[in-house]
Design a protein around this ligand. Structure first.
Ligand code: SF4
Length: 82
């Protein structure tokens, strides 16, 4: 089954027309985790990260977000699919 991730954050490097996420993988985390970890900690390290509870959707964040104008878009090792 092909997975579709819909996203409306259009200043992200991985965002695509039609409000799609074009990243080959993403990491969703708690806000606290996302804020405390460097850009290098992302989807490729997911299996090594201890899971945590968020409690509500507004306490979660896309750790894979990278501002499209950033010079650090490759630090997470995530690739665009197209
Ligand atoms: S990486 Fe995250 S913020 Fe960026 S387009 Fe995908 S889901 Fe949205």
């Amino acid at each position: 089954m092909q997975q579709h991730i819909h996203c409306i954050v259009n200043d992200c490097h991985y965002w695509a027309q039609g409000n799609r996420c074009d990243a080959n993988e993403i990491l969703v985390a708690t806000n606290g985790f996302a804020e405390s970890q460097p850009d290098q900690v992302d989807a490729q390290m997911a299996s090594q990260i201890t899971p945590d509870s968020a409690g509500k959707c507004t306490s979660t964040a896309c750790k894979t977000y990278a501002n499209r104008n950033s010079d650090k878009i490759n630090e997470d090792k995530v690739k665009r699919m197209s």
